[in-house]
Structures are given as C-alpha cells and as structure tokens.
Design a protein around this ligand. Structure first.
Ligand code: ADP
Length: 159
C-alpha cells in the first residue's frame, strides 16, 4: 500500500493545502495529514481545532486520516508504516528550505522518499501565515480557506 504523510502546521488549513492533498489522492492509497506539535512554535489555533477543521474538509474521503505528532517526521512515518513524505512547493524559497529537510531525512531514514508537488499557479501566494494576518485584521478570507470551514473560522473570530 502506498501511504504518505503530509506533515505541516496547518494553522489553519488553506485552499493551497487542500489542493495538494486532493491532487495527491491519485498517487497514494492513504494520506495521513500530520499536524506537527512543536512546543517552541506559537500557533494561532490549538492542535485540536486544526485537526477538527482538516477532518471537516475531508469528511467524505476515506483515504485521508488526520493525526498529530511530536516526534521527528521520519520517525512518525516509521510508526505509521508510511514510505512517503508529501510536501508542496510554491517558490524557490520553499525549495531551498525543503531541500535541506528532505536531504537530512534521507540521511536519517534512506528508505523514506520525499515527494514534492508544485502548487497550482493560483495558490502560490497563499500561506497559513498570510491567512492568519488577514484574519487578525478582519479581512476577507473566503478565497483563501476551504469553504467547508469558512463559517467556523469566522464564528471563532466573532464575525
Ligand atoms: P510547515 O509549518 O511545515 O511549513 P505548513 O502548514 O505551512 O507547514 O505547510 C505544510 C505543507 O503544505 C508544506 O509542504 C507547504 O509547502 C505546503 N503548502 C503550504 N501552502 C501551500 C500552498 N499555497 N500551495 C501548495 N502547498 C502549500
């Protein structure tokens, strides 16, 4: 079985993440969306909240499961019996960042392959950090986050 881990912060999930996940469904039998818990990284939303929103986006998709993890991504892959790490690439900055992580992961666990998918052109400028900024300043996020969770995000932010 081709099983992939899609690791990230998803603070919150955006239509960029959603698009990569949907496109990757043709490649893998199962995708574990892995919400990383990093004690030193301050997030806007709790891990429980982030997981709930991701689950809501893929409620009718049995090939997708959502979990949190706090170990090294390659160790989580081994635990989950997944041979692939899926990552999205937007820009050359993403590439340089991902190259380092991917090559070190290869040293740590050579049997695990990192698979990169290029973002679609329309989603290139979208990031969770920009979405958080727009939310904080009461901007319109309707074209940035999945429709399934738009109202919940707005409700949480008293709008
Ligand atoms: P991290 O904190 O690991 O960067 P993110 O939640 O920001 O986690 O991103 C998780 C993955 O989704 C990364 O591979 C990132 O490159 C990818 N990604 C983020 N935004 C987009 C986007 N707009 N289009 C495609 N891929 C994206």
């Amino acid at each position: 079985m081709n099983k992939a881990i899609f690791p990230g912060s998803f603070d919150p999930i955006t239509i960029g993440h959603q698009s990569i996940i949907e496109r990757a469904l043709t490649l893998f039998d199962e995708i574990v969306i892995a919400v990383g818990i990093n004690a030193t990284k301050k997030t806007l939303y709790s891990v429980e909240q982030r997981i709930e929103w991701i689950e809501k986006c893929f409620v009718n998709q049995p090939k997708i499961i959502v979990k949190s993890y706090s170990e090294l991504t390659v160790d989580f892959c081994k635990k989950e019996n997944a041979k692939f790490i899926l990552r999205g690439l937007r820009t050359s900055a993403d590439f340089e960042f991902e190259r380092g992580i991917g090559q070190v992961n290869k040293i740590l666990k050579p049997e695990i392959e990192t698979i990169f998918m290029l973002t679609s052109a329309a989603h290139t400028p979208i990031s969770s950090s920009i979405v958080r900024d727009v939310i904080k300043h009461n901007g319109d996020i309707s074209k940035l986050v999945p429709e399934a969770i738009l109202n919940e995000i707005l409700k949480l932010n008293n709008r």
